[in-house]
Design a protein around this ligand. Structure first.
Ligand SMILES: Nc1ncnc2c1ncn2[C@@H]1O[C@H](COP(=O)(O)OP(=O)(O)OP(=O)(O)O)[C@@H](O)[C@H]1O
Length: 774
């Protein structure tokens, strides 16, 4: 058997099954799919043995034919050919290819005593027909005579622009180049072992291990975990189980070390070249202006001296784009670039993608080089990616298959203050890893000053504060908006129009005897507020302000006010969900100014949209066109939309909460926290001064909770319990007791009881087949 290059072979001791040879043309076509003609001798009629004389004569004929030197021979051949035709009942091109295109062999009737020249002429005719037949790719002959004449046949085929190959007892002509070996034509149909030297064996083992671990890291393990931020119903369960990477053999380790060292030097040179280039210098100048840059040395020292640090950076300070970059740059400068692996989690897809793009750009690279991203079902990362931005779910998913995060040097968890289920879950798992991976660095980043809570969770971890930076953003609350625009609120013009099919939504907004949760939450604040310095009209408007409404009419009015009276710049409107975004979009499209596509570019951004659609919000429209983005809170953190000057904040977001009546979780609009309001405001003023319009009075903002209640404390725990069990994380209550803020023991017990009653857990709290989802 011809030897293929060692690394393209299967490892030794493995049995080579019938499988496609690697070298089969550019694109492998399985044998049963290839259209081919097979010509074989009929068993009952033996092929004529070639005498040396005949062979010589044939050779001469062939030469003559090829050179066109001997016309008499040529004529004779033609005559012979005609004669032989009479006896050939099956031609190469009329042979039947079975329906499945299988290897059905066709008999060729040959006259006993047919001469080689007959054969050549017959082949010339067959090959001509084969060439014309577009449906056939191959012509196969199993005739012994053809094998003997192969050299001549091959010359003939070549002269006609065809390829030919002799495989054991088979001659093949093809329109495409043929490989050296064809397992499907090997009469022994081999199941062979390959014997390789021990050194080569070790090398193959190592590279195979590396390849598999890479594959798991980049593909298998990087499938998004499906606990969504708003719903905790999906499962963390995986069939992959936990696995660890094998260590490379010692001998290949030193080789690997050399390769990595060389790669690290390359990375350092590349980085230096960019930093010294004119564009690189300009970029560095901008980065130096960010507050995070001033803390660079402190941060790097703190990271090198502590396993865990907490960074509290206010909006715009550069924590998301700069800190992961500082770590990568410093590792590359220290010639450790090729061995460092920094993972930075983001709560949402849109931020993971947009931040990775920005950081790659700041490094003068294409995305997927040293900086990449991975979010659910998509990603951009290469073998040289050493800084990966991913969603929290993706990192959790990796932890399922790689419980020690082998090879990862730094984990950065951004926006930890958001306290979604994923983030809290991740913190428990990361805390467990730290003693097992003492060299792993964990950096927790929060936009707020709630760092003490996280610090104490990690045994008094060091905290670094970074002041924020934004261009001035003027803040307008509802009373200022009404005063400034002269807009008048009435009990009727506040009802949001969700369209004919959703009249129930409108009726819910009508003033009711029993106040909604939203309305009752603001009552006291409103009663205590003093609006005396505002006009009577504004006071009147405020007295009938309906907190249960989003305020479609007011938003429309404000948007047209901005379009007509304010300076150029995009507007980002924070809404609560798909329903209100779509209804408002319909309304705005019917507006004479806002619906005029030559003046306004209306875009939406929602969690269920594809990433490619979401990223449209970053594109700048043509000159003179104002961009208006209607978004949920997914546009609230980490992202920078360059041209945003105005932000409109409805003050609400959809939040999972517990519906006691139905004993289930539900997604309802609720007031946001102060931190969220600041984050929304922070989307303006990142690259230029901005304006923020909060559609609620200041007194309501003052009454907002500082932070949102963590998801783990406000949603039913059933699905979380199932996830803990499917991950083999031990006792549910013990695991949850280790959370940053653990849920009530009673709530945990209730969830376990519920799961037992429905048969998802057995009496030992183990998953049943139902619980496993089988
Ligand atoms: N895509 C971008 N285009 C232009 N400037 C950007 C971009 N991304 C970031 N910047 C600039 O870098 C600054 C820091 O951005 P970064 O996202 O790192 O801030 P942050 O501290 O994480 O703030 P936040 O928590 O509010 O997202 C921004 O204020 C902006 O000036």
């Amino acid at each position: 058997m011809p030897l293929v290059s060692p690394l393209s072979q299967v490892p030794p001791k493995l049995v080579m099954k019938d499988r496609p040879p690697r070298s089969y043309g550019a694109v492998y076509v399985p044998p049963h799919h290839r259209l081919r003609s097979v010509i074989a001798s009929r068993a009952s009629i033996p092929s004529v043995p070639h005498s040396p004389t005949l062979k010589n004569q044939q050779q001469q004929n062939n030469n003559n034919n090829n050179n066109n030197n001997n016309n008499s021979h040529h004529d004779k051949n033609n005559n012979d050919n005609n004669r032989s035709l009479k006896y050939n009942s099956v031609s190469a091109y009329s042979d039947g290819v079975s329906k499945e295109g299988s290897d059905r062999e066709l008999d060729t009737w040959l006259l006993p005593g047919a001469s080689p020249s007959n054969n050549m002429e017959e082949w010339r005719r067959k090959l001509t027909a084969f060439l014309r037949d577009k449906s056939k790719q191959e012509l196969i002959s199993r005739e012994k005579k053809d094998r003997c004449d192969f050299e001549q046949l091959s010359a003939l085929a070549t002269s006609m622009g065809l390829y030919s190959h002799l495989y054991a007892k088979v001659v093949v002509f093809s329109k495409v180049p043929l490989p050296n070996y064809r397992f499907d034509l090997d009469d022994r149909r081999p199941q062979r072992e390959v014997t390789l030297s021990p050194g080569l064996l070790r090398g193959i083992d190592y590279y195979l291990g590396e390849y598999l671990s890479q594959k798991y890291r980049s593909k298998g393990s990087f499938v998004d975990l499906s606990i969504s931020r708003s719903s905790s119903s999906s499962s963390l369960a995986t069939e992959e189980g936990l696995f660890e990477q094998p260590d490379p053999p010692v001998s290949s380790k030193s080789v690997m070390d050399k390769i990595l060292w060389r790669r690290s030097l390359q990375l350092r040179d590349q980085q230096q070249a960019w930093q010294e280039s004119p564009d690189g210098r300009k970029m560095l100048e901008f980065r130096r202006s960010l507050p995070a840059y001033k803390e660079k040395d402190n941060l790097l020292t703190a990271i090198s001296q502590n396993q865990v640090i907490i960074i509290s950076g206010q909006t715009g300070c550069g924590k998301t784009t700069q800190i992961p970059q500082f770590i990568l740059e410093s590792e590359i400068e220290s010639v450790r670039g090729a061995v460092c692996s920094v993972i930075c989690t983001q709560p949402r897809r849109i931020s993971a993608i947009s931040v990775s793009e920005r950081v790659a750009w700041e490094r003068g690279e294409k995305l997927g080089e040293s900086v990449g991203y991975k979010v659910r079902l998509e990603g951009m990362k290469g073998k040289d990616t050493h800084l990966l931005f991913c969603t929290t779910g993706i990192l959790l998913r990796r932890l399922l298959v790689d419980k020690n995060l082998k090879g990862v040097t730094h984990v950065i968890v951004d926006e930890i203050h958001e306290r979604g289920m994923n983030e809290d879950f991740l913190l428990i798992v990361l805390k467990d890893i730290l003693p097992r991976r003492p060299e792993l660095k964990l950096i927790l980043m929060s936009a707020t000053l709630d760092a003490e809570l996280f610090s104490s969770y990690f045994g008094g971890a060091m905290i670094i504060h970074i002041p924020g930076f934004t261009y001035p953003v003027r803040t307008h609350f509802l009373e200022n908006i009404l005063e400034m625009t002269g807009y008048r609120l009435t009990p009727f013009n506040q009802i949001d129009d969700y369209g004919q099919e959703k009249t129930w939504k409108m009726s819910k907004q009508a003033p009711r005897k029993r106040k909604s949760q939203i309305a009752s939450a603001v009552e006291d604040a409103l009663r205590a507020a003093n609006f005396k310095e505002y006009s009577c009209q504004t006071q009147e408007s405020l007295s009938c302000w309906n907190p249960d409404c989003i305020g479609f009419n007011l938003i429309e009015y404000l948007l047209s006010h901005i379009c007509e009276q304010e300076r150029p710049g995009a507007v980002l409107v924070f809404m609560t969900g798909w329903d209100d975004i779509n209804s408002l979009k319909d309304k705005l499209q019917a507006h004479p100014i806002l619906g005029d596509s030559s003046r306004v570019l209306l875009l939406t951004c929602h969690g269920s949209m594809a990433s490619s659609e979401q990223s449209l919000i970053f594109d700048e429209p043509e000159g003179g066109v104002r961009k208006i983005v209607l978004a949920t809170n997914i546009a609230e953190t980490s992202i920078t939309i360059n041209d945003v000057v105005f932000v409109i904040d409805c003050g609400k977001a959809k939040e999972t909460s517990y519906d006691a009546l139905n004993n289930t979780s539900c997604l309802l609009p609720s007031w946001i926290s102060k931190v969220s309001a600041q984050q929304r405001r922070g989307r303006a003023g990142r690259v230029q001064p901005g304006e923020c319009y909060h559609l609620y009075p200041r007194c309501i903002y003052d009454a907002f909770a500082e932070y949102q209640l963590p998801e783990i404390l406000r949603t039913p725990l059933q699905s979380l319990c199932l996830q803990i069990k499917s991950l083999n994380l031990g006792s549910i209550s013990e695991f949850l007791s280790r959370a940053l803020q653990s849920p009530e023991l009673l709530a945990v017990q209730n969830a376990i009881e519920y799961l037992k009653i429905i048969g998802a857990l057995d009496q030992n709290e183990d998953l049943t087949a139902l619980g496993k989802g089988k």
